[in-house]
Write a protein that binds this ligand. Structure first.
Ligand code: COA
Length: 185
């Protein structure tokens, strides 16, 4: 499986690979406590954000299990970076992928995450050859659970206290959708 995506345009957004020039926007986004609340990392310093950016710049194609496509989401009109999305190949044999997304609070509540993730799922199923794509979120992360539901994903699991998360036992939801379900819409 080899999957490289070109920058993707939607009505309002452009999804493209990370660039050196994204440091200010990425450092800002990943420093915000409420953005990082349900992610595994704590808010990042600028140095940590720079390291993250450099790890993500080469994440432009999927060739083998574990590879991740990491994209920055910008507003087409202004070029403003409003969030990030990713798709990881979790199993090559079973063609299973996992999604992730982070949006800046200034740009939440307008359907941008839905629009970006629809485009990414479309690439994953139409170009990438995935059979099933899933996402996991903290069971308290209602915005994330709502987003996956809006995308047409099915809640397949509620893992109860399955991980030690930021000092307490955390529970997780898993949502998923199959290629044939995506195509039917
Ligand atoms: C998860 C996250 C991306 C969801 O963001 P979001 O802004 O709620 O999602 P969208 O951009 O799709 O916007 C949807 C909201 O905008 C509203 N909306 C307005 N215009 C819309 C449009 N044109 N299309 C769709 N929804 C629209 C929807 O009604 C919805 O509001 P609701 O949640 O009150 O029902 C965001 O909360 C986030 O980045 N959180 C921090 C990081 C994080 O936790 N990531 C996930 C880890 S699992």
């Amino acid at each position: 499986m080899v999957f490289v995506t070109e920058p993707v345009e939607t009505d309002r957004l452009l999804l493209r690979p990370y660039e050196e020039g994204d440091l200010d926007a990425i450092a800002d986004l990943l420093s915000i406590p409420k953005v990082m609340r349900y992610l595994f990392e704590e808010p990042l310093s600028r140095e940590e954000a720079a390291a993250t950016l450099h790890r993500r710049i080469p994440m432009r194609k999927i060739e083998q299990e574990g590879d991740r496509l990491a994209l920055v989401v910008t507003l087409r009109e202004s070029g403003t970076v409003i969030g990030t999305v990713n798709l990881t190949l979790r199993s090559e044999e079973h063609r299973q992928g996992e999604i992730g997304y982070v949006f800046h609070p200034d740009h939440q509540g307008r359907g941008y995450a839905t629009e970006a993730m629809q485009a990414l799922l479309d690439c994953g199923f139409q170009t990438g050859g995935f059979h099933r794509i899933y996402g996991r979120c903290d069971a308290r992360n209602f915005s994330s659970a709502r987003l996956m539901k809006r995308l047409g994903m099915r809640r397949e699991a509620h893992f109860v206290e399955n991980e030690w998360f930021k000092g307490v036992w955390g529970s997780e939801f898993m949502y998923a959708i199959l290629k044939r379900e995506w195509e039917v819409g």
